[in-house]
Design a protein around this ligand. Sequence first.
Ligand code: ADP
Length: 587
Amino acid sequence: MKISLRTALILAILAIVLVGVVLAGTFMTRTLRAYINERAELELGAHSRAASLYVEQSLHSLEYRDADRIADRLGRVQELRVTILSKDGRVVGDSDVPTDKLAHLPDHENRPEFIAADRTGKGLAHRYSTTVERSMVYAAARFANDQVAGVVRVSRPVQEIEHALAILFASFLSGAVIILLLALLLATITSSYFMRTLRSMVAYAEGLAEGRRMTPWPSTTKELSGLKNSLQALSEKMEVAVRELADERDRFAAVLEGMTEAVIALSPDGRVTVINGAAIALLEPGPEPQGRTLLETVRAPALFSLIEQLLPGRRADTEFELNGLHPRTLLARAARLHSGACVLVLMDVTELRRLERVRRDFVSNVSHELRTPIAVVRANAETLADGALEDRDMAPKFLASILSNAERLSNLIADLLDIAKIEEGKFELHRERQNLSDALRRAATALETPATEKKQSVEIDAPEELDALVDLRAMDQILFNLLDNAVKYTEPGGRIIARARAENGFAIVEVEDNGPGIPEHHRARLFERFYRVDKGRSREMGGTGLGLAIVKHLVHAMGGEAGMRPAPIRGSIFFVRIPRAASTPSA
Ligand code: ADP
């Protein structure tokens, strides 16, 4: 059971007072008892001597005949029991015993007070009297005159002395009770005062602990004002420290939130303590990730195994795929602090890895594309050098092959340079209002020869006044590439229609053919560099696999988009969507 400090204080004070009272009482009672006993004995001794003098003068009969009467008289005067004993210890007179019973009393020759008085003149004894049946104090004195001798003994019940003591003890006890009550009152007042001060101190300290600004309690004692000053100084220091910590925390949070890298801090038991915005955006940990374990927060076992074995003071990194709606490649770096806490920094390297892959693929694609025509040119040249030059029938064929492959190489290099320029942003675009039907006519004219050779019809269906905000050169290149593909891949006798129309502030240009069309699974990658549906046919047609990639890049650079959909019956429709002039936002 817990008792309050106040109760403890009161009980302690009462206990101290009680011990003092009990000790003082015991000591006083003992001293008083000894004193009263001594006084009683002295008094009784004096009475016995006075009685012996009286007996000496009054008793003259040899037979102690008047002894009982003298004893009765003395007893009355002295208010004591008076016994007169003969020389041999026989009771010859007793104030408390009738004369006729005296003969039945036993002899007192062995009583200590008698023996002492007989020998030394006086004697004293405390004893239980069988005659009067109570504890008595006896004082005896010898008497002797010329006729008789004996001992006079006076006695008083011990009870009388005890009674006097009891009265004294009772008054002492009432004094003690008053002292105790006074002590209780004082203890209550003192403890109330201390408790009030203590409560103020506790309230002050609690306020400080909760970070509130507190008015100190009014201190009255030297020690408490010292404590007050210390607490005040402590609170001021705490305030400064808290402010500094808050600043530090704000700075840290600002840095953390400004970082593009995802940062997660984990406690030694693996729970998330800090997570920045980049980490939330990247890992989508769900609501309130703080306080949850890493496994509950992020579904990335690779992260868990990265930190699981990590010893304090060590670092480790790993790269892993984060599956989900948008799969990502993440580079994670973990550091375990000596406290056991762990800091994880994650970078999204998806784009970096994709670009690396694209570059690798590009280099291998370019090498591959270059190797074939160079090999053909070389083989043909070697054959000619080995004597085929003399062969009038074969030599022109070898030369024609050399020429067509050199042309292909030159086309390839021109396209590559174009793509490189567009990607680097060096392909300068001057966007101006251009008439689209004019542009379509220019492209159709440029392809007139191959189209005529293949007996294909090229129709243009575009309103005369339609124009768009485009770079002239880029637009010509786009339309040429689309029409060129239509002419190349559509069988002889095919029909090609180039259309243009306005739609919601955009100009839509479509090139439709009734050629072989493009199977659905190829469509998504059609606009990638070097992507071909039918490699053999493309090469045969002198294609580089870069035409549509150039179209896509140029259209994007002009704020538009390019795409393909199958034609209703047979063939393909390639389309581009380009913003019209800013002054004419709607059609
Ligand atoms: P290429 O130089 O090979 O023509 P492109 O990037 O212009 O390269 O075209 C990519 C591929 O798309 C071509 O190889 C071809 O297989 C296919 N393609 C493009 N246009 C057409 C079309 N009108 N009809 C059928 N296939 C086409």
